[in-house]
Design a protein around this ligand. Structure first.
Ligand SMILES: [Zn+2]
Length: 79
């Protein structure tokens, strides 16, 4: 354990944030929206807005890139 819990409050409304999982839509373009379920987030108890931390956001961006940019060539694994 490292230190005390941070005093997290909602940037929108100042409500209290609680750790949880959220279903978050990511807008890729005007016509493409991807919804990811079970995203670890802090969720505002008042306005229900979910907030991801930076690490989670990075992971999701990586996931989105993998999903939408197929690998250029199948690569053989070295034996
Ligand atoms: Zn809020």
């Amino acid at each position: 354990m490292t230190g005390e819990p941070e005093n997290h409050s909602c940037p929108n409304c100042g409500g209290r944030l609680h750790a949880g999982v959220a279903t978050i839509p990511f807008i890729l373009s005007e016509e493409k929206v991807i919804v990811i379920k079970g995203v670890p987030s802090e969720i505002c108890g008042d306005c229900r807005e979910p907030f991801m931390n930076g690490k989670v956001a990075d992971d999701i961006m990586a996931l989105l890139k993998l999903s939408f940019l197929p690998p250029p060539k199948p690569r053989e694994k070295p034996a």
